[in-house]
Design a protein around this ligand. Sequence first.
Ligand SMILES: [Zn+2]
Length: 410
Amino acid sequence: MEKYAQVEDGVDAARYPFWALVRDDLWTVKHEEELTLTSLGRRPTVESLNRVNPGGGLCEEDYELLRSHPDEAAEAAAGLILRYFYPLPESLLEDFGLHDLLAGRWADPLRPLLGETFKDRDAIWRSYGGQKMAGIGCLNDGILSVFSDDKGPYADGRIPDTNWIAYVGDGLSGDQTITDGNALMAMHQAEGRPLRYWHKPYGGQFSFETWAVITQRRRRWGIGEDKKWRREFLWVLAPVPSPDPDTWPSDVLDALEVDRDVLHDDTSDYRPGDVDPAERDTFESDKDAYRRLAARAEANAKRRGERKKPTQADRYVRDPSARAAVIRRSKGSCENPDCDGHPKERTTAGLPILQVDHVHDLGKGGPDIPRNMIALCPNCHALKTYGENRERLRRALKAVAERLHAQALC
Ligand SMILES: [Zn+2]
């Protein structure tokens, strides 16, 4: 306890849990009756502990249980390591006599196991406890889980061209704040701590899909459950094979190093009125708005380009001001001049169903700026992605995007 409690005051840091475990019936102390308690009777005096030097240990029944069930013992030890001794100090397994049981695989016995599937949140709660309702919360083992339901109020999902996940924060209506689930997420981001990501596809079941770490925190405009625009957090999660950092890919480790504790606030780069005509103020012309947004997007792209070591988030997390610029430029219609689809179709929220796409793909080095982007109806977007003439369409759309960009500026 003195070695691993990580507290300046070594005496109380060791003395307190030594005695708290007795109170909780997890621990027995030999010669307990010979100890002198402090005046409030809360714990033994240091003097009497030094004099009696009592031995302590697990209750015999628990000890036998753990000896005879090594798998359960390993699971319990792994949970304690992840919760209280993380990141794992080098000599801890050796010091605790757990080296043979857990070396190189300390995280494997943790339950739930990857891929475990449940009908709904209730079923998870019945098996593993924790808070039943929240999208972000701990199971009974104290380890953080985030839940993503494709049917739910948020469009969480993979960031295109990557396996990273964009996860909307906690709070249904009004500006989100760093409280409750978001406070837990901020703490996990600051400490580079892993969490469990649960996902329920539309019409499917909830499964523990992957371990993940938070590589970026952004703030953006979104529509709350009350249908009003609000500032919300977007947590970028990178899947990792296990909670053990030794197994994490290098691009994840790099991203953690660059972005730990940083908030990228996009809400001053654009306004709800840029993407929602109902929120638009009448003082700014479309041209001025496009100029403002395009300049912002280009400045952001330049800044990202100047990074020594751009992370996967720098390359693939899309700039909302670039998207907003293209939405304004499109005036709500598909920008493919040969569009035969449903160029003015709207969503249930009354917004145009437009997919803003990159003419030269981000994954192939295309820049995330309006000159390289185009707003397409779902039909044209599908033609550009899967159609047999997609290469020809792509070339045509590249010229269209450049022309529309130049027209919108002058
Ligand atoms: Zn179209």
